[in-house]
Design a protein around this ligand. Structure first.
Ligand SMILES: Cc1cc2nc3c(=O)[nH]c(=O)nc-3n(C[C@H](O)[C@H](O)[C@H](O)COP(=O)(O)OP(=O)(O)OC[C@H]3O[C@@H](n4cnc5c(N)ncnc54)[C@H](O)[C@@H]3O)c2cc1C
Length: 351
């Protein structure tokens, strides 16, 4: 089971903070640190169920060789170390939630709403949305549209929805395996369907899944999903085809299909910001967009000479934080300090 790196607050409700960061990729995470040094609090939203963005989702085990002063580090380890580094600043995470709308409040602040009805207000928005939001790939199953969001899902947004349910989980990667392990204790029945005998997930997770199978706590079928049977949006069975067994049905209440993720610009496209080549145009002094109080850093930012590198995003986070300071503390003067010599910064970092 993948290690839980940060606690996410329950969805819904209203929150207030200094800066709302959209995106918990490496750059959004480091922004928490740079803002924290200046005494600025942050909430972080990500549609993924974990922090790390591309590093965590696309190349967790690959070595990154161009993080200054670190000879080699995997995407997963970099994420872990960033999370440890920002821990003293107590950022609030809203994972598994998509930032869907942006509006100005009567108090001249910004309000972001998520698809799970969370509302957050702040004087500053920092878009660190990378290549866009990670969204599930739709499985190529005929008629799947009729059941989507009613009994067929591509992500688990609320685990409790699946209590006492007979669930078919489709896929051979980490998400399918993680949710098999995670839902097994509360589901009535779990059947894992994958088209091959071998699973792509982390060896430890595969081992745990096989252990559940060997004691009969889950069923595993090597088969391909060919169709669905059901009525009025409620699935009754998944129709599969197997090389050894032929065609048959697996009765169920829900299908959870994990066929990988793709990155899409998503709702940010409608936030009223200036886009150039699908990225947000910013100045290079503060990394502010054309809209005062809205900043953009990391892969989503566009300016002459931009390099889509983690180290560029870290630099942008530092300058964005200095720009954000003047909105959060309009009456305060910002004093530039080094962490080596400032007792104030040292106290902030030690929590
Ligand atoms: C295979 C590969 C190898 C790479 N190797 C290197 C390397 O060696 N060195 C290097 O420096 N860089 C490397 N990169 C590039 C590096 O990963 C990116 O530059 C970096 O991830 C950008 O960080 P970010 O925080 O800006 O965005 P991302 O990592 O893309 O994170 C953005 C996050 O924002 C979330 N998001 C977006 N929109 C929304 C929304 N509306 N609501 C909620 N969440 C949202 C996304 O789900 C995502 O988690 C590599 C990239 C790939 C694909």
């Amino acid at each position: 089971m993948a290690e839980q790196l940060v606690e996410s607050v329950p969805s819904g409700g209203a929150h207030e903070t200094d800066v709302i960061i959209i995106g918990a990729g490496p750059v959004g995470l480091f922004a928490v640190f740079e803002l924290g040094l200046l005494g600025i609090k942050a909430h972080v939203i990500d549609i993924l169920d974990k922090p790390g963005g591309q590093c965590a989702e696309l190349y967790p085990e690959k070595p990154i060789l161009d993080i200054p002063a670190i000879k080699t580090i995997s995407g997963e380890q970099l994420t872990k170390q960033l999370v440890e580094q920002i821990d003293p600043f107590g950022a609030i995470f809203h994972l598994n939630e998509m930032a869907v709308s942006l509006e100005k409040t009567n108090a001249d602040k910004w309000r972001i709403k998520t698809d799970l009805d969370t509302a957050i207000e702040a004087p500053v928005i920092c878009v660190a949305a990378g290549g866009g939001s990670f969204q599930p790939k739709k499985p190529p199953i005929p008629g799947v549209d009729d059941y989507e969001g009613q009994s067929v899902y591509y992500a688990v947004r609320r685990r409790e929805m699946f209590r006492n349910k007979n669930i078919v989980i489709a896929g051979g990667g980490d998400s399918a395996l993680d949710w098999t392990l995670n839902l097994e204790p509360i589901a009535e029945k779990i059947t894992l369907v994958h088209r091959r005998e071998e699973f792509r997930g982390a060896p430890d997770t595969v081992e745990k899944m096989r252990a559940l199978q060997s004691v009969g706590k889950i069923d595993v079928h090597v088969a391909q999903i060919k169709g669905l049977r059901g009525e009025g949006g409620q699935i009754q069975a998944v129709c599969v085809e197997s090389k050894s067994e032929g065609d048959y049905e697996l009765p169920c209440d829900n299908l959870l299909a994990f066929y990988g993720l793709t990155m899409k610009l998503g709702p940010i496209a409608d936030f009223g910001l200036n886009f150039t080549e699908n990225r947000i145009a910013v100045d290079t002094e503060k990394f502010e967009t054309s809209v005062p109080g809205i900043f953009c850093i990391g892969d989503m930012a566009h300016y002459p000479g931009k390099l889509k590198l983690i180290l560029s995003g870290f630099h942008e986070a530092a300058l964005m934080s200095h720009g954000a300071f003047h909105y959060v503390f309009p009456d305060k003067k910002l004093k530039f300090q080094h962490t080596t010599s400032s007792r104030d910064l040292q106290a902030k970092v030690s929590g």
